[in-house]
Design a binder for this molecule. Structure first.
Ligand SMILES: Cc1ncc(COP(=O)(O)O)c(C=O)c1O
Length: 402
């Protein structure tokens, strides 16, 4: 143990915390215009699948530069829709990353197909194209990359593999609304791109999701799939003065109501400023946390402009007298709401039981998981919030430095 005379005692040891109240790792921001937009819908004729759905989809498609956007009741439902549209079914496989939220892999299972994991690149923690290649089989139908933390996956390489083998790329861009890859916005690069509009994301509809695509046939299938497989919606029938409808495929009720779309439309106006703020927070972290003992900062590849949903650092325990777990607890005690993204999907009990994973299969993802810590990152963070994080991380790592 080092001499501690000139150091500030950590809050976990009874010292004064850097902040008096907990700073969460992510948080929505809702303003009066958002509230008024939702209230207007509540006073209107259509609470669900009214005019706001189409308006929101149009604005969303334009924001990401895609021809079509189809809204869903959650990012998970959007992924399920994309898996359906890609034609995944029993006997098929989709290659995906273990470094994600479980919903990414689960959507493949919803369709009766099998998610096959491939390990990630050490720098970005995104799918490693060489590992994807090694995981392909005659049953592979899709590749399902995730833009981890908001940093686009290696899309050129993955689309190249897909083209060679006739596969569909479903990009889970739940973290990457507004992110760019080779100067192009995420949303029209892969065959199908999915987004989540959960409150910790760049804009929120409460719960919600979107699939974007440039293909009209995918968009039509997605619209039907989210509405019980029915080929028209109630408003279209009312407007046409018709009662008849046809169910043409086995769909779900995954509709995003007008109430939520009105919130999304209102929030969309602040997407550019939300993105800009997250980029400023990331730049401050990059500058102020560089060189701290035992801290590895996230890498940004040259061709990528990340959307910074998360700011994931790695704790190198070989340089410290404490491991990631203790650093996590110490930062929590300082009232910095750190989190961990993600427990690799194959290590969850369901996946271990169903597929026999034991750990050790995806060493890069598993080693990263042991080190990962997400620092607070949301657009409403004030300069003081950012300063608190910088101070707390410096205080804790300074204490534990070897
Ligand atoms: C990578 C990823 N995929 C899918 C989802 C699921 O989205 P939702 O919570 O909107 O269903 C999330 C949610 O956080 C996510 O982070």
């Amino acid at each position: 143990m080092k001499m501690t005379a000139n150091r500030e005692a950590l809050a976990i040891q009874g010292g004064t915390p850097v902040r008096a109240t907990l700073l969460p790792y992510g948080r929505q921001s809702v303003d009066e215009a958002d509230i008024a937009a939702v209230a207007d819908v509540l006073r209107s004729d259509w609470l669900t699948t009214g005019p706001k759905v189409g308006e929101f989809e149009e604005v969303f498609a334009a924001a990401v530069g895609a021809k079509f956007a189809v809204s869903f009741s959650s990012g998970t439902a959007a992924l399920h829709g994309a898996a359906y549209a890609a034609g995944l079914g029993p006997g098929d496989e989709a290659v995906t990353t273990p470094m994600t939220f479980c919903a990414t892999a689960n959507c493949v299972l919803y369709q009766g197909a099998v998610p096959v994991f491939a390990d990630v690149c050490k720098d970005t923690l995104n799918l490693d194209p060489e590992r994807v290649r090694a995981a392909l089989s005659s049953r592979t139908k899709a590749i399902l990359p995730v833009d981890y933390s908001g940093h686009a996956a290696d899309l050129d390489a993955l689309l190249g593999i897909a083209e060679e083998r006739g596969l569909t790329v479903i990009e889970d861009a739940s973290h990457a609304l507004g992110g760019e890859y080779r100067g192009q916005r995420v949303g029209a690069i892969a065959h199908l791109t999915t987004f989540s509009l959960h409150p910790v994301k760049h804009l929120t509809t409460g719960e919600g999701g979107v699939v974007t695509t440039n293909r009209a046939d995918y968009a039509e299938t997605l619209r039907r799939f989210r509405n019980h497989g029915i080929s028209s919606d109630a408003r279209q029938r009312q407007n046409a003065g018709q009662w008849q409808y046809e169910m043409v495929l086995l769909g779900m009720n995954y509709r995003l109501p007008d109430i939520n779309c009105a919130l999304g439309l209102s929030q969309m106006k602040r997407l550019p400023q939300n993105l800009a703020r997250r980029r400023v927070v990331a730049a401050v972290y990059n500058a102020r946390l560089a060189g701290l003992p035992g801290l590895i900062l996230p890498t940004t590849r040259e061709e990528v402009n990340p959307a910074w949903h998360l700011y994931p650092v790695r704790v190198d325990a070989t340089k410290l007298t404490a491991g990631r777990g203790e650093v996590f607890q110490a930062l929590r005690a300082e009232n910095i709401g750190v989190n961990v993204h993600y427990i690799p999907v194959h290590l969850h009990p369901f996946y271990r039981d169903r597929f026999g994973y034991r750990g050790g299969e995806y060493p890069v993802a598993e080693a990263a998981y042991e080190q990962l810590l997400s620092l607070p990152m949301f657009h409403a963070m004030t300069d003081e919030d950012v300063e608190d994080v910088v101070r707390a991380v410096g205080k804790v790592l300074g204490w534990y430095a070897r």
